[in-house]
Design a protein around this ligand. Sequence first.
Ligand SMILES: [Mn+2]
Length: 337
Amino acid sequence: MWKRIADIINEGGKFIITTHLFSEGDAIGSELALKRFLCGLNKDAIIVNNEALPSVYHCFDPDKDVKFLKSKGVNINLDDFDAIFIVDVADWSQLGDFADMIKASRITKICIDHHPTNSGFTDINVIDKDASSAGELIFDLITYMHGEITLEVATPLYLSIATDTGWFKFSNTSPKALKVCSDLIKAGVKSEIIYEKLYQNKHLSYLKLLNLTLGALRSECEGHLVWTKMTKEMVKSSGVEFVDTDVIIDLIRAVNEVEVVIIFRELGEKKTKMSFRSKYTVDVSKLASDFGGGGHVRAAGASLNEPIDTVIGDVISAAKELMEETTACVSTGSSLT
Ligand SMILES: [Mn+2]
């Protein structure tokens, strides 16, 4: 699985790494770990994303290695590179404006991903839907190439695995994921500090946004489907800089009868992003795919170029239909054994 990629790394000298829009822990952790590994092999490697690094992740990137495609001074000619690594990305649409530029170039395109909806859209695809995270796959690549798991590589890899498993709560918390994290902690990773940097540094404005979002909560299917929206006005009036929807999703999912959670986020007059989560029965990746997105059975997302209120109507109808099909309106609960 890794041989072709290892050959390309060994034979090449200059690489570029990118990830999806709305980059989060797994995306950024995978990029940083891969870059640091490649630089350790005396290769040139740069990270270029569609958007600036969200401020909550700045502490993981003290050297400012994550570049923003459209910022001044970032002038990329893809033909100068031996290959591009596209990590944690399931589909071209997740790459925003960068997708057309990548598709138009002759650069060797390598995708390393774990989303089951990934159809293998690049030249070389390593897609392992059983991997907890893209970071776990980067760990595999490094160990395949007999690379050393230094602390500077281990920290972003831990960020990847811990965030994508919801801090070891979700069903992708596999023996392998825990084994890899055990190795990462042995390499010196400080789990509690990563947690603190990510989740315990919020501003009071965050509670204001939480209040507004919870105030807009709606439920359908006798409470099995719960959704809310986050408009630009809500974000602006609360004063939040970086919107972290995961905490809100977790709060809603804590309610016993909730099976599906949907958060609609207004990004522009005609741009809406959706996050889907489910607990036991509903495959939300199907729902996301119906609206041009993708993801996992229990966590998926999509973006549409339509106003938020139009999107809400369409998506909620589709969600209710899917829930009826999967008879999820009757909560099954789950068993420890
Ligand atoms: Mn991921």
